[in-house]
Write a protein that binds this ligand. Structure first.
Ligand code: NAD
Length: 498
């Protein structure tokens, strides 16, 4: 059985010998193993990155960008191969995997604009014969720790931009679906990136702690669950590192009485059940303003949930694949049990779902609860599965209060034809990414991605303009070239234009 290796200095190495199993979620079989890095292996990657930094830092941004142009081409040429690997280890459908690769490529395109985004700011004559400019310089060695649910896209939120800004990057991907992430990193080296500039170390807490504790690592980007995000943020910042740690979510969609219901139902189906609900932007709560829209929603959506096409994600034409692991499936099942016990009305039950020929796969059917209230665990917790909860409220204000009171604030959306309601919602909702008749408002690569409240720890969001700020240090330079033969007397008052 093959072991997915680390990638350090362009070499595939397996390191200490500790490994963990990688599963095919559609069959329940172990499909391979992945190496788990110990501290020495992580240090090896750090040493290589540190050695590569001086030359990479001084490589012209336009040349760094040229590597990204070639990388983009290689990603496009290899899209089918990458999607197949994602689907085999993650379980998502092949079409969904292709979608995440395309969104990842958009981040490579943004990074290809390096000379533009790193131009800095310039002011002439800020004082007599004095010019000033701001320069954006790389931090040095930076690291990223990524979740299982987007093994291609989330790493691509991070390292193309970090690298184009002149940093050297160490990626610690999810140990649950490592193969596509490794292949993509190898494509970047094939595109001409100097070997030490990007390394991949697989692993668990030991590898992550080694990155947190290493003084050479100047910044950490994390995407994953909230408890680990909070841990990484507090441990990293305690050591003086720059940290952006994106966590979990509970995303609400508000249905106003005037919503275009057919389109809202289609949008909810994709956003709640796409990728089996294993997206940090998945909609998991439908907040219906009034019983009339709630009843109409139930009537239209129940048959569609029952008709979901579910199977092995590698077969095309499906709506949903399996959950990522048996533990993930059992956790989601446990939440459905808890919802029933708490008195929510279970309208569609996905428990015990089986796909003929894949009886050992980690499948669940789409699940729908009505009459959910805000103290139930199916409402408070991130379930991360194909479960949609309907909460009924009396007004938009009540819907917004509910959302604002939730501990998470990643994404949300409103379905309405009323511009005034939409504007109020956009203005006052305490959530980082908002959609109006758009169920998954994931910002495009030239905007930045991030939630509020306990969905993000740190100040800067991921990718886009915030990503450039995160991966660079600003340096303000003030320069005077006095006119020949002029003499400046000593000044003891604070210099000013006054
Ligand atoms: P996770 O937190 O279990 O793992 C994320 C990463 O942290 C992995 O690389 C993992 O190896 C590492 N890790 C796990 N336990 C650790 C520990 N004790 N110490 C140090 N490192 C540890 O998350 P996951 O299950 O892979 O991903 C799903 C979660 O990620 C969900 O909560 C989802 O909402 C969230 N997510 C958030 C965003 C976002 O942008 N906000 C995007 C994608 C996923």
């Amino acid at each position: 059985m093959s072991t997915v290796p680390h990638l350090i200095n362009g070499e595939r190495i397996t390191g200490s010998g500790r490994t963990s199993d990688v599963f095919n979620p559609a069959t329940g079989e172990v499909s391979g193993k992945v190496a788990l890095a110990d501290r020495a292996t992580v240090q090896q990657a750090i040493d290589v990155a540190k050695a590569a930094f001086p030359a990479w830092r001084n490589t012209p941004p336009a040349k760094r960008a040229q590597v990204m142009f070639r990388f983009k081409q290689l990603l496009e040429q290899n899209e089918a191969r990458i999607a197949e690997l994602i689907s085999r280890e993650h379980g998502k459908t092949i079409e969904d995997a292709a979608g995440e690769i395309k969104r990842g490529i958009e981040n490579v395109e943004y990074a290809s604009a390096a000379p533009e985004v790193l131009k800095g700011e310039y002011s002439r004559n800020v004082g007599p014969n004095i010019d000033a400019w701001s320069d954006f310089q790389p931090l040095g060695v930076v690291a990223g720790i990524t979740p299982f649910n987007f093994p291609a896209m989330v790493p691509l939120w991070m390292y193309p931009l970090a690298i184009v800004c002149g940093n050297c990057f160490i990626l610690k991907p999810s140990e649950r679906d490592p193969s596509s992430t490794l292949l993509i990193a190898e494509l970047l080296l094939e595109a001409g990136l100097p070997k030490g500039v990007l390394s991949v170390v697989h692993g668990d807490k030991e590898a992550v702690d080694a990155l947190i504790e290493a003084p050479e690592v100047k910044a950490l980007s994390f995407v994953g669950s909230t408890p680990i995000a909070e841990y990484i943020y507090s441990e990293g910042t305690k050591r003086g590192k720059r940290v952006q740690a994106l966590g979990g979510a509970k995303n609400h969609a508000v249905l106003m009485p005037d919503a275009d219901l057919d389109n809202a139902v289609s949008a909810l189906m994709g956003a709640a059940y796409g990728s089996c609900g294993e997206r940090c932007m998945a909609i998991s709560v439908a907040v219906c303003v009034g019983d009339q829209i709630a009843d109409a929603l139930v009537e239209k959506i129940v048959p569609q949930i029952k008709a979901l096409k579910i199977g092995a994600g590698t077969n095309s034409g499906l709506d949903m694949g399996p959950l990522v692991t048996a533990a993930a499936r059992d956790k989601v099942s446990g939440y459905i049990d808890a919802g029933v016990a708490a008195g929510a009305k279970l309208l569609v039950d996905g428990r015990g779902f089986s796909v003929p020929g894949h009886e050992n796969g980690y499948f669940l059917g789409g699940t729908l609860f009505d009459r959910v209230s805000n103290e139930m665990s199916i409402y408070t917790d991130e379930i991360f599965g194909p479960v949609l909860c309907i909460v009924r409220v009396g007004s938009l204000e009540e819907a917004m209060q509910l959302i604002n009171d939730h501990e998470y604030g990643n994404g949300t959306c409103i379905f309405t034809r009323d511009g005034e309601a939409a504007r109020l919602f956009c203005d006052e909702i305490e959530v980082g990414m908002v959609g109006v008749n758009v169920p998954l408002p994931v910002p495009v690569s030239y905007h930045s991605f991030g939630g509020w409240k306990r969905s993000l720890f740190g100040d800067l969001h991921a990718y886009g303009p915030d990503g450039v700020r995160f991966y660079t240090k600003r340096k303000a330079i003030t320069q005077r070239w006095p006119a020949r033969k002029s003499h400046e007397a000593a000044q003891f008052a604070f210099p000013s234009n006054g």
